[in-house]
Design a protein around this ligand. Structure first.
Ligand code: XMP
Length: 327
């Protein structure tokens, strides 16, 4: 690729026209780099990998194979959307792997947050590598690395999270077509590629997914409660004009139960905690001022629609002292 680093005079992509110019250039470069060879991409459905997938589909069509690993910790409707957009609409070569049981079996009984993250990350690479081995003649690995990833890894803040992790014997040449872009630029490019707005402008979602929103040992029933409550929160935020306005919002179902009452009978069920925060860099965060009427709707819907839940709590804590996620 011609640009390994973001040139000092690179004009920030703020308009559809600038995005189109970038796309035209990059698609040409992708074709030159890849030729008639095959490319593999782990497609999470997040903004960066989705944009890379759409660019490669344009550049090299079915020389690209996308692998979407469902680790069972995705939000409601996510795997379905990846299949709909990429396989059905964009006609991509998409391998969909439902590895839910594998991940949840490995995570059973594991309470330590960092161990949970390691298991999820490690298992992800294993599943992806297994799928890669089934394919013949892959020479390139595409990644949704963006410019802040490179800057942060250079500063030693975080390991370049996209780079590698694959077994030693699996050597691919990297294809990183958005690596000189900032996130806001990737979003504009994604829009020009025809990706749906809720995919391009979606809120940040951690790699370990709902796994870190089900604190302690993950169980299938509690995970289902987190997923259903999260879907209701997202639906209500969208209905009330908060989608795209609030930086990050989600639910957590902690591992304790309290008494309640339903239909005249005593219950002993989980609470759902709602978290909604605003930030620019995730280093500090302020709590969103959710309208009280909306809060009442959320309480009503969550306590009636989500199985095993009898209370709803709102987390008023900024970062610091709390972090955004619960573990
Ligand atoms: P915290 O909880 O540290 O989160 O205030 C800051 C931002 O990082 C996200 N986050 C993660 N993202 N893998 C990720 O890809 C992770 O393990 C992880 N943990 C936290 C979090 O959602 C928030 O946006």
């Amino acid at each position: 690729m011609a640009n390994d680093r973001r040139p000092d005079d690179f004009v920030r992509i703020t308009t559809p026209e600038l995005a189109d110019t970038f796309l035209e250039e990059q698609i040409g470069e992708l074709r030159a780099q890849i030729g008639d060879k095959k490319v593999l991409l782990a497609l999470s459905g997040g903004v960066d990998s989705s944009v890379v997938a759409a660019m490669l589909i344009k550049a090299v069509g079915d020389q690209l194979t996308c692998v979407h690993v469902n680790h069972g910790l995705l939000r409601k409707g996510e795997p379905e959307q990846v299949i709909e957009v990429f396989r059905n609409q964009m006609k991509a070569n998409l391998v969909y792997v439902d590895a839910t049981d594998r991940f949840l079996d490995k995570l059973a009984g594991v309470t330590d947050p960092e161990t949970k993250r390691k298991i999820i990350g490690g298992e992800f690479i294993e599943v992806f590598a297994e799928e890669a081995r089934k394919l013949d003649g892959i020479e390139f690995l595409a990644q949704g690395t963006i410019w802040p990833d490179i800057l942060e890894s250079e500063k030693g803040i975080k390991a370049h999270h996209n780079a590698g992790g694959l077994p030693e014997d699996m050597k691919f040449e990297l294809v990183e077509p958005v690596k000189i872009l900032f996130k806001d630029e990737v979003r504009i490019v994604g829009e020009r590629l025809g990706l749906p707005a809720n995919m391009v402008y979606r809120q940040p979602f951690p790699g370990p997914g709902l796994g870190v929103r089900c604190p302690g040992a993950i169980t299938r029933d509690r995970l289902e409660a987190v997923r259903e409550a999260d879907a209701i929160l997202r639906e209500e935020f969208a209905k009330n004009g908060l989608e795209g306005k609030v930086w990050q919002y989600f639910t957590v179902v902690p591992d304790f139960k309290s008494t309640g009452i339903r239909d005249g009978k005593r219950t002993f069920e989980w609470p759902v905690i709602i978290r909604a925060v605003n930030t620019t860099d995730a280093m500090t965060a302020e709590v969103e001022d959710i309208p009280f009427e909306l809060m009442k709707t959320l309480v009503k819907r969550i306590t009636t629609e989500v199985k095993g839940v009898n209370r709803v709590l709102y987390d008023f804590t900024p970062k610091p002292s709390a972090t955004i996620e619960y573990e």
